[in-house]
Design a protein around this ligand. Structure first.
Ligand code: TEU
Ligand code: CA
Length: 598
């Protein structure tokens, strides 16, 4: 198996490394920033903000709840579950794109930024959803996807129609008579080529993602103003902010030079480093964000600890938060199409990454923490253990981590049920353009398709996109029709109906943890200190604020493990544990999580 995987990696290496893989290699060379000795809560840059105190819950609308039996989740479906959402103790809901789209990439290819996707409902449905959330004290953030649009957007239809169309400069065009431009990598294209020749005007257009996702040209002031007024349209409706899709990629050197050697084949890092990205973000902040009490969070692809503060230092007036890829990239073989390292991941490296990122925001900016989202496999499978005897314990242990770090947690719908990867055997079961096109790439290169499919069982995005599991009726109560993506067969036991009435289940554990965080500012603002850092099995840290001290112990292994906190453990009082009877034993049981007050 191991040789198979290694052979696959080597074969796939030829195709170029995906962006998110190499980020951590570069970032790993950055020095670890020391934590300051002073209490952080008093630092000016760390002023209290509602979005620092929030727990964000992410909903993939296509997979949450179908209201009309067409097999696709929709807005009315979400509205029908608002009381459930409120019961979780979360504060902010991030919805993946809900805008008009031909769905080449499930809504990340937008054809009308001010229209609602037909499958998801109408603008009236949207308004009702927003009102229902606000009535319950929940905030809503939308996905801003403005590095690219759909090729079916009116702007692109105009732009491609002739070289002198007034929308021509909304996209990046390269006249074919100049020859082929320097290589740009497409993450989703079957042949990996980010330039597509468009016959109508004999020109290439740029697409970092699929051919149906042409990159917008932010050099155009008119385009920027269109984006800003579109943002105002949603904010004026009352939405509470944006998650910004690949926002570090929006600025390009439009002379399109060869990729400079310094990037060493790392496309994500190169794309994130456009010459005007910070100018554009400051302009966006001045024109839009600063006028509203809203939050903004960048999908920080290609952003390292060295440049993170340039995006989120409040004094720079750009964005509030970003989420990095260093953590979620750990444990994949470098330069591979997300092939898991047969050795697993090193917990010591894991701890180093999250500690290093905590240090970045010691005095300025603010961090985020996540282990799952719509681009990731289920956290329980990837970072815990989805075997039946460990599924709940390991997943609750990870939830403990997410809810006790000094960063805003971004929690992915379904993780509160300890959902797991579906692990499809056949490519025909996948719907995601990434898996489907990578499979074709491997096939075209004569690569090892079985090894690719084996790797996808761990890493594929569709593992995190299977329908939400409401109850044990057909299709987990997600739809009365045929679901767009198969339901995980474990829904008969893993579902809300079962978990809601189980005091010691996953769901009520998550609820307990959101309450704990909310009622203990030390868990939000308190200083983070890593303990026993060379312990290969246990993640241990303290959080301290205004004389209060919390200790968190997390055993990442399926066997008992000991920890040396250097604290007098007899003084600690256990607040929460993921075992039915938390014990104060020196040894942690498999996947045990304990939170102590000192
Ligand atoms: O993801 C950006 C990105 O870099 C992705 O390639 C991501 O890293 C990949 O899914 C990991 O396998 C954003 C969105 O979150 C993603 O869903 C979209 O497909 C992509 O942008 C294009 O809009
Ligand atoms: Ca539907």
């Amino acid at each position: 198996m191991r040789t198979l995987l290694l052979a696959l990696t080597t074969a796939l290496g030829l195709l170029g490394a995906p962006a998110w893989r190499q980020d951590d290699r570069n970032a790993a060379q950055q020095p670890v920033q020391p934590a300051p000795a002073t209490a952080r809560s008093s630092a000016v840059g760390n002023a209290r903000k509602w979005w620092k105190e929030a727990v964000v819950y992410q909903i993939y609308p296509r997979s949450f709840k179908d209201s009309n039996g067409d097999g696709v989740g929709d807005l009315k479906g979400i509205t029908s579950k608002l009381d459930y959402l409120k019961s979780l103790g979360i504060d902010v809901i991030w919805l993946n794109p809900v805008f008009s789209s031909p769905n080449d990439d499930n809504g990340y290819d937008i054809s009308d930024y001010q229209g609602i996707m037909k499958e998801f409902g109408t603008m009236q449905d949207f308004d009702e959803l927003l009102k229902g959330m606000h009535d319950r004290g929940l905030k809503l953030i939308l996905d801003l996807v403005v590095n690219h649009s759909s090729d079916e957007h009116e702007w692109f239809k105009q732009s491609r129609s002739s070289r002198d169309n007034s929308y021509r400069d909304y996209y990046h065009w390269w006249p074919a008579e100049k020859g082929k431009p320097a290589a740009r990598r497409s993450f989703f294209d079957v042949d990996g080529d980010g330039w597509e020749l468009d016959k109508a005007t004999n020109s290439y257009y740029l697409h970092y993602f699929s051919r149906k996702q042409p990159d917008l040209n932010w050099e155009s002031p008119r385009l920027r103003n269109e984006v800003f007024s579109m943002m105002r349209f949603w904010l004026d409706k009352g939405v509470d902010g944006f998650r910004m899709d690949v926002i570090p990629f929006i600025s390009k050197d439009t002379t399109f030079p060869e990729m400079p050697a310094q990037y060493n084949g790392d496309w994500g890092r190169f794309y994130a480093n456009g010459p005007h990205v910070h100018e554009y973000l400051r302009e966006m902040n001045a024109a839009v964000l600063s006028k509203y009490d809203v939050m903004s969070v960048a999908e920080g692809v290609g952003v390292t600890t060295a440049d993170a503060l340039q995006y989120v230092d409040a004094d720079r007036r750009e964005l509030d938060m970003l989420y990095h890829f260093e953590g979620v990239s750990l444990g994949y073989l470098p330069g591979s199409l997300k092939v898991p390292d047969p050795k697993g991941f090193s917990l010591i490296e894991f701890k180093n990454i999250y500690s290093k990122w905590d240090g970045v925001f010691a005095d300025k900016g603010w961090g985020t923490i996540y282990l799952g989202n719509h681009d990731q496999p289920r956290m329980t499978t990837r970072w815990g253990n989805d075997a039946p005897q460990w599924r709940e314990l390991s997943s609750k242990m990870l939830t403990t981590f997410l809810l006790t770090m000094r960063a805003t947690p971004y929690y992915y719908a379904g993780d509160e049920l300890c959902m797991t990867n579906i692990k499809f055997d056949r490519i025909e079961d996948y719907r995601d353009i990434e898996s489907v096109n990578w499979y074709q790439q491997v096939k075209n290169k004569g690569g090892d398709l079985q090894a690719f499919l084996a790797a996808q069982k761990i890493a594929a995005r569709d593992n995190g996109r299977t329908p939400f599991q409401w109850d044990r009726t057909a299709n987990a109560g997600f739809t009365s029709g045929k679901p767009w993506l198969k339901v995980n067969p474990n829904y008969t036991t893993v579902n809300v109906a079962v978990d809601d009435v189980n005091a010691t289940g996953c769901l009520n554990y998550f609820r307990k943890l959101t309450q704990l965080r909310k009622s203990n500012p030390v868990l939000i603002y308190g200083k983070y200190v890593l303990l026993d850092k060379d312990n290969p099995d246990v993640y241990a840290y303290t959080r301290e604020l205004d004389g209060r001290k919390i200790l968190v112990l997390l055993n990442f292994r399926d066997k008992a493990a000991s920890v040396d906190t250097g604290l007098d453990m007899s003084k600690g009082k256990i607040l929460v544990g993921n075992y039915p009877a938390p014990s104060g034993d020196a040894k942690l049981r498999p996947y045990e999580a304990r939170i102590y007050e000192f």
